[in-house]
Design a protein around this ligand. Structure first.
Ligand code: NG1
Ligand code: ZN
Length: 562
C-alpha cells in the first residue's frame, strides 16, 4: 500500500553506518554526529508512531547535552512532557539498529500491528522538533523531518533552537490545551518568579549587594537567558559564555564545573570575587554568586570561587539545590498545616518525598533525613527519579549533577487553589494564604515535565531572597563529604550488573565483596560502581572523610573493575 512504499522509499535514502550499534540509554541515542543521520531519521518514524498511538503531541529533541560539540543525540518527549515510556525503548533500539530498509519496513509493520496503531485513518500526528546549538543540529533535524513525513498523516513542527526543557514544556502545555509558545514559557517563568518575590515576608534581608553571574556553557542556555532577562524584573543577571565566546562545553558548563570543581573559562578572576582589589574591599561573604548551565540547559549548579586558590571553587551542587528547595517547601507546608484556631481544620495531608541517586553526597542524605524528610533512592536516569517523585503530592528529585525538579500533584494544586482564594480576616489565615500562593507559584515556575536550569535558577534566586541568604549561608547547610568519580574503560561494560539502586554489584561475582573490603578500610567510606548509560565506560564513585581517602578508595576499586 501507499504507506509501505513511502516508507521503503524514504528509508532507502538513510542507510545506517555499518557496524554501529546504538542503544536508547538514559538520554536517548548519543554518538558522534557524523553517524547519526539514519538514527535520527528512524527516531522521526518512532515519534510519528508514538503520536498516532497516543493521539497526542510528541516532542523530538536533538541534543547531546554536556557532551562535546562534535557529538549529537536524539530523544523523545512523551505526551506528559516526560521521557519516552520505557515500554517503547526496546522498539527504539530495534528500529535504530535494523540493518536495512526492507527489514525496517517489516519491523514497523509488526510493531504497528502489535501496538494496534491507527495508520492511514483520519488521525493525524503532530511532532514538535527542537535542537540545541550544535552545528550538526540543522541537518539532523532535516533527517528527523524526513522520518516523520514517511508516516502518512504525521506533521513535523520545527520549533527551532530550544533548551531541552523548553521543548518538554511545550509538549506538555500543548497536550494540556494551554498556551505553549516560547514567549509563553518566558512569561510564565517571569510572572511566577515575580509572585514569589512579592510574597517575601517583610523584613527578610534582600541581598542587593550580591550579583549573579551565569555560565551558559557556550550553548543554548545563555542565549535563552538573554531573552528571559528582558521580561524579568527584580534580578540582576550577568551572562558569560553565551555562545559567541568559545566552544560548547569546552572547559565550561555545569558538567565541567561539577566534575572538575573548577572555575569555567570566560570568568575573569574578578567575576568570581578573586581580584585583589575586590577581595580587600569585601569579605568573602560578599563574593559573587555564580551559576553554571549545561549544553542544553537541563542541569544547573552554583558555585563561588575560592579567592587566590588557582581557580578552585566551592561547589553548590544538585544535592544542595534539592536541600534548599526541600527546606522552603517544608516551611510552606508547615505554615499551611498549622491548624491552631482553624475551626474548620482544612488541612491536607500532603505527602512530601525526596528522591536521590547513589551519587548524592552522603552528607546531603543525612541532612535531609535530619530534617525529617522521607528520602528514597532510584537508579541513575531522570526517568526513574521522575517516576518515583510523581508518587508524592510534592516530590523533589535531583541528581548531584544538577538535573532535577519539583512535581506537585493535581490534588494538592486543587486544594491550594481553594486555600489561596478563601476569604480570610485573621492575619493567621493570610499567612496560610501566602504559603498556598507560594506553592502555587512554585508549581508554575518549576518545570513539571523535566529538570530545567532556567526555572531552577529562578527558584533558587527567589528562595535565597526569601531567606535573606547569601550563597555562603546556603552552602553552610551541611558540608559535603569528600568524593571522587573515575571512569574505567572496559571491553564490555554490560558485564557489570547492579542491584539496589545501583549500590551493589551482582555480577561479575566476587566484585562486591572486594569493594566492601576496600570500603571498610576508610572512615565514612562509601563506594559503588555501575556501567554508564551514556558513555562506553564503567563509573566508580567513592566517598570518605578526607580527599585523600576518597581518591585512594576510588583508585583501588577502579583496579578491581579493570
Ligand atoms: P550515565 O552516563 O549513565 O552515568 C549521565 C549522568 C546521569 C544523567 C545522564 C543523562 C552522572 C554520574 N551520570 O549518565 O546522571 O544525567 O548522564 O544525561 O552524572
Ligand atoms: Zn543536559
Amino acid at each position: 500500500e501507499k504507506q509501505r512504499s513511502i516508507l521503503l522509499d524514504s528509508s532507502s535514502r538513510f542507510p545506517p553506518p555499518p557496524g554501529v550499534k546504538l542503544s536508547y540509554g538514559t538520554a536517548g541515542f548519543r554518538a558522534d554526529a557524523s553517524i547519526l543521520q539514519s538514527t535520527v531519521f528512524r527516531v522521526g518514524i518512532l515519534a510519528a508512531l508514538r503520536s498516532l498511538k497516543t493521539q497526542s503531541v510528541i516532542g523530538l529533541m536533538i541534543t547531546a547535552s554536556h557532551n562535546k560539540v562534535s557529538d549529537n543525540g536524539v530523544k523523545i518527549a512523551d505526551p506528559s512532557g516526560g521521557m519516552l515510556t520505557q515500554a517503547w525503548e526496546p522498539f527504539a533500539d530495534a528500529l535504530a539498529n535494523v540493518p536495512n530498509f526492507l527489514h525496517l519496513v517489516q519491523l514497523v509493520d509488526d510493531f504497528v500491528m502489535k501496538e494496534n496503531i491507527p495508520l492511514e485513518g483520519v488521525q493525524s500526528a503532530v511532532i514538535l522538533l527542537g535542537r540545541d546549538t550544535r552545528p550538526s543540529g540543522e541537518s539532523l533535524l532535516e533527517a528527523a523531518k524526513q522520518g516523520i513525513s514517511s508516516i502518512v498523516g504525521a506533521v513535523a513542527v520545527d520549533m527551532g533552537v530550544l533548551t531541552t526543557p523548553q521543548l518538554h514544556w511545550m509538549v506538555r502545555s500543548r497536550n494540556k490545551g494551554m498556551k505553549a509558545a516560547e514567549m509563553d514559557y518566558f512569561n510564565q517563568l517571569s510572572s511566577s518568579f515575580r509572585c514569589l518575590i512579592d510574597l517575601i515576608p517583610p523584613g527578610s534581608a534582600v541581598n542587593v549587594m550580591d550579583k549573579l553571574i551565569v555560565d551558559g556553557a557556550n550553548g543554548v542556555g545563555g542565549e535563552k537567558l538573554q531573552v528571559l532577562k528582558k521580561v524579568l524584573h527584580g534580578l540582576d543577571i550577568q551572562i558569560r559564555n553565551s555562545g559567541k565566546e568559545g566552544v560548547l562545553n569546552e572547559e565550561v558548563g555545569a558538567d565541567y564545573v561539577q566534575k572538575e570543581k573548577a572555575v569555567p573559562r570566560g570568568f575573569a578572576p574578578a567575576d568570581a570575587g578573586m581580584s585583589v582589589a575586590h577581595f580587600q574591599l569585601s569579605s568573602i561573604s560578599q563574593c559573587f554568586r555564580c551559576a553554571s548551565l549545561d549544553g542544553d540547559a537541563d542541569r544547573l549548579v552554583y558555585f563561588s570561587a575560592i579567592p587566590n586558590s588557582n581557580n578552585r571553587i566551592r561547589l553548590v551542587d544538585g544535592d544542595k539545590i534539592l536541600s534548599l528547595f526541600a527546606l522552603f517547601i517544608k516551611e510552606q507546608l508547615s505554615i499551611l498545616n498549622d491548624n491552631e484556631g482553624d475551626r474548620e481544620n482544612n488541612s491536607y495531608p500532603a505527602t512530601l518525598g525526596v528522591v536521590q541517586t547513589a551519587y548524592a553526597n552522603g552528607a546531603s542524605t543525612d541532612y535531609l533525613k535530619h530534617l525529617g524528610l522521607e528520602v528514597v533512592f532510584t537508579p541513575t536516569g531522570v526517568k526513574y527519579l521522575h517516576e518515583k517523585a510523581a508518587e508524592y503530592d510534592i516530590g523533589i528529585y535531583f541528581e548531584a549533577n544538577g538535573h532535577g525538579t519539583i512535581l506537585l500533584s493535581e490534588g494538592l494544586l486543587h486544594w491550594l487553589d481553594g486555600r489561596s482564594s478563601e476569604p480570610s480576616l485573621t492575619s493567621k489565615g493570610s499567612e496560610q494564604q501566602k504559603a498556598a500562593l507560594r506553592l502555587l507559584a512554585v508549581s508554575k515556575l518549576i518545570n513539571q515535565a523535566v529538570g530545567d536550569a532556567l526555572s531552577g535558577l529562578l527558584l533558587v534566586e527567589a528562595i535565597l531572597q526569601h531567606m535573606g541568604w547569601s550563597i555562603h549561608r546556603w552552602n553552610e547547610l551541611y558540608h559535603d563529604l569528600p568524593s571522587r568519580q573515575l571512569k574505567v574503560k572496559v571491553v564490555d561494560r554490560s558485564a557489570v550488573v547492579t542491584a539496589n539502586a545501583e549500590t551493589v554489584v551482582v555480577r561479575p561475582l566476587g566484585i562486591q565483596e572486594a569493594i566492601n573490603a576496600e570500603t571498610a578500610k576508610y572512615p565514612r567510606g562509601r563506594c559503588f560502581v555501575r556501567p554508564s548509560g551514556t558513555e562506553d565506560v564503567v563509573r566508580v564513585y567513592a566517598e570518605a572523610s578526607t580527599e585523600e581517602a576518597a581518591d585512594n578508595l576510588a583508585n583501588s576499586v577502579a583496579q578491581l573493575v579493570d
